[in-house]
Design a protein around this ligand. Structure first.
Ligand SMILES: NC(=O)c1ccc[n+]([C@@H]2O[C@H](COP(=O)([O-])OP(=O)(O)OC[C@H]3O[C@@H](n4cnc5c(N)ncnc54)[C@H](O)[C@@H]3O)[C@@H](O)[C@H]2O)c1
Length: 300
């Protein structure tokens, strides 16, 4: 397969901007496509700011940031956007019907060699593989927040070709990301699968009143030597999201402990305590107790 040089980003929102910026900073030609012209214009303002954050955080060099935006163009014309793309990275809303429709239309526009990837958080690639019109050249390629991490999941479906996987892996390395390859598809990527188990265990301990929220976090922080524990992480994700995911699995599995965990988080959500974004969750912000040096000594 030819080397990937032209990347088409579908959806210029939160993730499309980050992925597009990362590709451009690594020397690739990037086209941002969105149905909203306003979103595209906004992306051109936000992307240089993403670059600044990444330079400050040591994620990319100053030189890489300097030329990045010259390689980014915006487009609302699907034909123009797709005609010479080597790879599509899709970040439109998490709706399988919408993603299927958009991929199907680009299948009629893009050259044969174009590889299609989706940044879906929760869908299995096989749910939309047939609808893309090129299932052998399709897989999930899932980014985390590129401003802070370079870990990327590659999740094939049973029909993804070996050549496609190899080309995606090469692309991931080329854009200075670290590929985590799932050998088969499953609900949840590698880190997310482990993190959800950690959250479930922490909530089980707290909802059964085995240990306090603070002590559960202290146990994790003290042994793993991390600046934050599971409840602090849940606060930064947002307790509404944590509750929705917990509730989804409680309904799907009918597991009584998952239901108890869901109810436990729901009490915080109902009280308006949504985590960092509302100023209060399991802890109070902007200065949560676990920031204090006394926290690990157990002093309240
Ligand atoms: N936000 C995250 O932290 C995160 C992390 C990993 C993966 N994801 C996944 O990435 C995808 C996008 O998430 P996001 O947070 O960037 O969403 P977002 O809402 O910030 O951006 C979505 C963009 O898609 C555009 N869009 C909608 N319909 C379109 C269409 N038919 N054609 C072209 N553009 C269209 C919207 O105008 C918007 O600009 C989702 O599948 C999500 O699950 C999100």
């Amino acid at each position: 397969m030819a080397k990937i040089q032209k990347v088409l980003i579908l959806g210029a929102g939160t993730m499309g901007q980050q992925i597009g910026y990362q590709c451009a900073a690594c020397g690739l030609d990037v086209t941002l496509f969105d149905m909203s012209e306003e979103a595209l214009k906004k992306a051109l303002v936000t992307m240089p700011k993403i670059g600044k954050t990444m330079v400050t955080g040591g994620r990319i060099s100053k030189e890489a940031a300097e030329g990045a935006m010259e390689r980014v163009r915006i487009c609302t014309d699907a034909r123009e956007a797709g005609k010479d793309a080597d790879l599509i990275s899709e970040s439109i809303p998490e709706d399988p019907k919408l993603k299927s429709k958009v991929f199907a239309s680009f299948n009629g526009i893009c050259p044969d060699h174009t590889i299609f990837t989706t940044n879906t958080s929760t869908l299995l690639p096989s749910m939309i593989a047939a609808q893309t019109g090129r299932p052998d050249r399709f897989a999930a390629l899932h980014f985390h927040d590129v401003r802070v991490t370079n870990v990327v999941d590659i999740m094939p479906h049973p029909g993804t070709s070996k050549e496609t996987l190899e080309a995606i892996r090469e692309f991931v390395v080329r854009i200075d990301q670290y590929p985590i390859e799932l050998k088969k598809e499953q609900p949840g990527y590698v880190f997310n699968t482990m993190l959800s188990q950690l959250f479930a265990s922490a909530m089980t301990l707290a909802s059964r009143e085995v240990a306090s929220i603070e002590d559960i976090d202290r146990a994790w922080m003290g042994i793993m030597q991390t600046p934050v524990g599971p409840f602090g992480i849940m606060d930064s994700i947002g307790l509404e999201t944590v509750w929705k995911v917990t509730d989804y699995w409680a309904n799907a599995t009918k597991d009584p402990q998952s239901r108890q965990n869901g109810d436990f988080v729901k009490r915080f959500v109902d009280a308006g305590d949504l985590g960092v974004k509302s100023g209060k969750g399991f802890y109070s912000y902007p200065n949560p107790a676990f920031f204090s040096p006394d926290f690990m000594k157990g002093i309240k």
